[in-house]
Design a protein around this ligand. Structure first.
Ligand SMILES: NC(=O)c1ccc[n+]([C@@H]2O[C@H](COP(=O)([O-])OP(=O)(O)OC[C@H]3O[C@@H](n4cnc5c(N)ncnc54)[C@H](OP(=O)(O)O)[C@@H]3O)[C@@H](O)[C@H]2O)c1
Length: 246
């Protein structure tokens, strides 16, 4: 009997790659706004012998997430693994800074995470079991002049995830915070700066699924970028600014 995994932002990029990888061992519930794309992915998974269900859901809309999650649970059964993956980047820099664009980003990357997790956490607490995965980024571990709004949203996801991990343990709920470096998706296609150690989504998904299976609290990868960031963040801020402005 397969457990059920639900993934937000499953229509593209990392979420889609995670859905394909997880469908080897889980029944997968797919949530995003583009249902036509989700329907295609669902058929692809089913054609390979997997079980999948999809619903339209906008992570910025709490009620749409509650509806999508409860309908997928009705289709597939109780959700054991929930991955709050949906996220956006903005390309906001100093000269293009916009409060409205920043709010839209936080609406998806922060409120979207709390709306998504809010749609499953009460059921997991009641069952005394479950595994919640948040999709942060290595960007959340460093200060950057090139994507500071995006990076700050991911730093907040880190803080949320580790606090949730502390609170959830006594309820039998695990938490894993994923912190990828650069992965080749529509999101990174918009970046006009250097992206060292770029990974393909299927390679990244395999690594993340292993970290999830190990119930790692935090998984930062690739290791080269993880340690480079650790090194840079030990330096005085003035030196960090010089390095990160290149
Ligand atoms: N790519 C990277 O290098 C990288 C690195 C670290 C972390 N991440 C994080 O990984 C996650 C996925 O990124 P990605 O690179 O795979 O991006 P992507 O290819 O642009 O895919 C984003 C996904 O999020 C969904 N989405 C966006 N807004 C949504 C909303 N309001 N409601 C529901 N779904 C929404 C999109 O689906 P619809 O448009 O169909 O709704 C799509 O499925 C993000 O949280 C991102 O910050 C990415």
């Amino acid at each position: 009997m397969k457990d059920v995994a639900i993934i937000t932002g499953a229509s593209a990029g990392i979420g889609k790659a995670l859905a394909i990888e997880l469908a080897k061992t889980y029944k997968v519930g797919l949530i995003a706004r583009r249902v036509d794309v989700l329907a295609e992915l669902c058929s692809e998974i089913e054609s390979k012998g997997g079980d999948a269900s999809f619903r339209s859901g906008d992570v910025t809309d709490e009620s749409s997430m509650v509806k999508a999650v409860s309908e997928i649970e009705a289709d597939l059964g109780p959700c054991h693994l929930f991955i709050a993956n949906a996220g956006i980047s903005s390309g906001i820099r100093l000269k293009s800074f916009s409060a409205i664009k920043s709010k839209s980003l936080y609406d998806v990357n922060l409120t979207g995470v709390t709306n998504s997790i809010g749609a499953i956490l009460p059921q997991m607490v009641e069952r005394g079991a479950g595994h919640i995965v948040t999709m942060s980024s290595l960007a959340g571990s460093i200060y950057t002049p090139k994507s500071f709004v995006y990076a700050s949203s991911k730093a907040a996801v880190d803080s949320f995830a580790y606090g949730l991990w502390m609170a959830a343990a006594k309820h039998g709920i695990s938490v894993t915070n994923l912190k990828p470096g650069f992965v080749r998706t529509d999101l990174t296609a918009k970046n006009n700066f250097k992206m060292p150690f770029m990974m393909e989504p299927d390679v990244a998904a395999k690594k993340m699924v292993k970290a999830i299976a190990r119930k790692q609290i935090s998984y930062s990868f690739p290791w080269q970028l993880h340690y480079l960031i650790k090194l840079i963040t030990c330096l005085p801020l003035s030196l960090q600014r010089l390095i990160m402005s290149k």
